[in-house]
Each structure stands twice: as structure tokens, then as C-alpha cells.
Design a protein around this ligand. Structure first.
Ligand code: GAL
Length: 385
């Protein structure tokens, strides 16, 4: 108890993107098994989080939340115990309003009791949504309430606020005590959604940092259109190419977003697994200083082609070069723009985080042709030339 939580962005898996309301004990346990078997755990993923639709529609006679008797016939505690037995952590979901988005009981006016219930069950992480907030209630105050309840429930529970960037959340979330905050509406499993989220968050770096991270929503890497919508509509909807998923992952990593996987981790393709377990990319996300990146746009294509540059602990820099346009485009990063004039007599040694090798030492600038929706990500070292 009383150790700071979520120094770096949390990493894990959340049931919502792929399974929606279609969740149960077996699914959650087998997701935990997959974490261990596929190497996700070794790569640093830790939290297994159940999203909306895990409870009965009514509280019990004592006002306590009741796990859905069909989905979780043994209750929640054995699920948490199982996840803990695998050396992982367990997360659950509730809502600041009277009801969750799917109409289950929310924690409004039950904050302290619910926090206590979660602690009894062995919960380590709470995602806290914003549906059905009474119009007269102040959202900022409701997040402060649940933060206080969690901080005093007798167990370390990471508080993941999810009010989709509303009501000026950037201005008050850090001091509320939350460890992460959703800054935008729900991600969709398509390239336009990914691109839109990134564009909306490029100017928000000052608000994210150690112990309180800007959550750009769960990853869609590896979903290939097989989300909960696919089940509703009986067909695959949307999806991205593996190149787009690779770029999506690199963007979330460089932006210091929590890395919460949203695909079915029990059925990952080799490509999906390679993207999600890329240790060189994950290391940039988990850098201990948690400094967000600044953006440098390509002068002749500023809307679509840009670099993200992020100082890392110890002197290295993370550099991502991205092409959002529909054709191969050049990005030339002038080192002058990131603080390295040619007159310094120094250059950058670039280690490619996808090829996992050093590609050379460059002075003055590095220019590359980036295929459509692709990226290059480097760990750069300042060296004397
Ligand atoms: C939304 C939230 C999603 C998911 C969903 C569950 O408000 O943004 O991530 O939790 O509710 O109903």
C-alpha cells in the first residue's frame, strides 16, 4: 500500500473492443492464460480488464453490486484470484453516472461502498465511465469522489477515468488523483479513427506525464474488423492493414498512451504478436521520464506527414516519422529543428525500432520515403562525427 501507481502508462488488455457485452469467466481466464503463453506478459502487459456488462442490472438488498450470475457464476473474486495466480493484475469497470453506458448500475452515490467491494474482490484497476451522469452533478467532483474512495479502500487500485475528453478534463484530472484519463471518444477499428484520434491529441502533451497519462483509448491492433460490431451485424466491419496497425501501435507508444490491447489475445496472428510485443517500441512508451513528444511537420505536406520527437531518460531521443497520406511521401527531419545544429560537430546514430538494427549515423538531417500509412521509428543517439 501507499506506493505510487502507474508511474509509466499502464499496459494490459480490455474486453470491450472485441467482446462488448459478450464476456464471461472463461473468456477472462483464457485471456490471462494467453498473456502468459504468447509472451504478452513477458513483454510487460499486466492488467486484464473486464469492461461494461459484468454485473446484474440491480444491486442487492444492501446496495452492493452483484456479478452477472450467468457470466460470472462464481462471482468476481475467483476470477481476480486466477489472474493474480498468473502474476497478472485484474481490472473492472464502473461509471460515474447512475448507470453504465450499457444500462447496468453505475457508482453514482455508491462510490465509497463500490470501492470497498472492488477491494474485497481483489481489483487492481478501475475504468470509470461517464454515461448517465445526472445533469445537476458536476463531473469533476464525481471523479474526485471516486479517486478519494479508491485511495482509501485499503487496496492499490489504478483509477482509469473515462469521460471522453469532456468538461475540460485536461484541466482538472491530474489533481483529481486519477492515473489515466480518456481524452477522446471511442476508437473504431479503421484507419480514419486512428488518424483522427492522433490529430486531436497532438497539442495535449503538457497535460500528460508520470502518474497521470493521456489515454487515447484501447488499441485496435489485430482486430481486423472482428469487433463487437462484427458480432451484431454478423459480418466483419472495418479493420486495418498490418502496416496501419504497426503505425497505430508506434503512435500510441510515442504519445505515451496506455497500451491496452483490444483484440482477441487468444487468436493473434504472428504479425499482430510481433507488433504488440515489439520491445524496442514498448521501451519508448515506458521510458521512465514519460515526456510526451513534440511534432515537427514536413514543410510541403504539413497536414499528413510529420515527425514526433521525444526526449528519453539518459540522452537518447525517440523519433517517429509518419505518413498519413494515401501515397508514398518524403519526410526530411532537419536536426537543427530538434536542437542539433550542424555546427555542433555532432550527428545522430539511428537505431531502427522495427528492423532492430542501427542503420547509420547522419548529420544535418535524415530523409526517408515513407509508404502510405507507414512509419519509421528510431532511437537516436547523439554522437561526435
Ligand atoms: C463507453 C466507453 C467504452 C466502453 C463502453 C462500454 O463510454 O468509452 O470504452 O467502456 O462505454 O459501454
Amino acid at each position: 500500500m501507499n506506493k505510487p501507481l502507474a508511474h509509466t502508462p499502464p499496459m494490459g488488455w480490455n474486453s470491450w473492443n472485441t467482446f462488448g457485452w459478450n464476456i464471461n469467466e472463461e473468456l477472462i481466464k483464457t485471456a490471462a492464460d494467453a498473456f502468459v503463453e504468447t509472451g504478452l506478459k513477458d513483454a510487460g502487459y499486466e492488467y486484464i480488464v473486464i469492461d461494461d456488462c459484468w454485473s446484474e442490472k440491480q444491486r442487492d438488498e444492501n446496495g452492493r453490486l452483484v456479478p452477472d450470475k450467468n457470466k460470472f457464476p462464481n462471482g468476481i473474486k475467483p476470477v481476480a484470484d486466477y489472474i493474480h495466480s498468473k502474476g497478472l493484475k485484474f481490472g473492472i469497470y464502473s461509471c460515474a453516472g447512475t448507470h453504465t453506458c450499457a444500462g447496468h448500475p453505475g457508482s453514482f452515490e455508491h462510490e465509497f461502498d463500490d470501492a470497498e467491494t472492488f477491494a474485497e474482490w481483489g481489483v487492481d484497476y478501475l475504468k470509470y465511465d461517464y454515461c448517465y451522469k445526472p445533469k445537476s452533478a458536476d463531473g469533476e467532483n464525481l471523479y474526485k469522489r471516486m479517486a478519494m474512495a479508491l485511495r482509501n479502500c485499503g487496496r492499490d487500485i489504478v483509477f482509469s477515468a473515462c469521460n471522453w475528453g469532456n468538461d475540460g478534463v485536461l484541466n482538472w484530472i491530474r489533481e483529481s488523483g486519477a492515473q489515466l484519463f480518456r481524452s477522446i471518444g471511442d476508437i473504431q477499428d479503421n484507419w480514419l479513427s486512428i488518424q483522427g484520434i492522433v490529430e486531436s491529441q497532438l497539442t495535449h502533451e503538457a497535460y500528460s506525464g508520470v502518474y497521470c497519462h493521456n489515454d487515447m483509448d484501447m488499441l485496435v491492433v489485430g482486430m481486423h474488423g472482428k469487433g463487437d460490431n462484427a458480432e451484431v451485424l454478423g459480418k466483419v466491419v472495418g479493420g486495418c492493414t498490418d502496416t496501419e496497425y504497426k503505425t497505430h501501435f508506434a503512435l500510441w507508444a510515442l504519445k505515451n498512451s496506455p497500451l491496452m490491447i483490444g483484440c482477441d489475445v487468444r487468436k493473434m496472428s504472428p504479425e499482430t504478436k510481433e507488433i504488440l510485443t515489439n520491445a524496442d517500441i514498448i521501451a519508448l512508451n515506458q521510458d521512465i521520464e514519460c515526456r510526451g513528444p513534440y511534432c515537427i511537420r514536413q514543410w510541403n505536406n504539413p497536414e499528413k506527414v510529420f515527425a514526433l520527437v521525444k526526449p528519453l531518460c539518459g540522452g537518447d531521443y525517440a523519433i517517429g516519422m509518419f505518413n498519413f497520406s494515401d501515397k508514398t511521401s518524403e519526410m526530411s527531419l532537419q536536426f537543427f529543428d530538434i536542437g542539433l545544429p550542424t555546427s555542433s560537430g555532432r550527428g545522430l546514430e539511428l537505431y531502427d525500432c522495427h528492423k532492430h538494427e542501427t542503420i547509420g549515423t547522419f548529420t544535418e538531417r535524415y530523409a526517408a520515403q515513407i509508404p502510405s500509412h507507414d512509419c519509421f521509428v528510431f532511437r537516436a543517439k547523439v554522437v561526435k562525427k
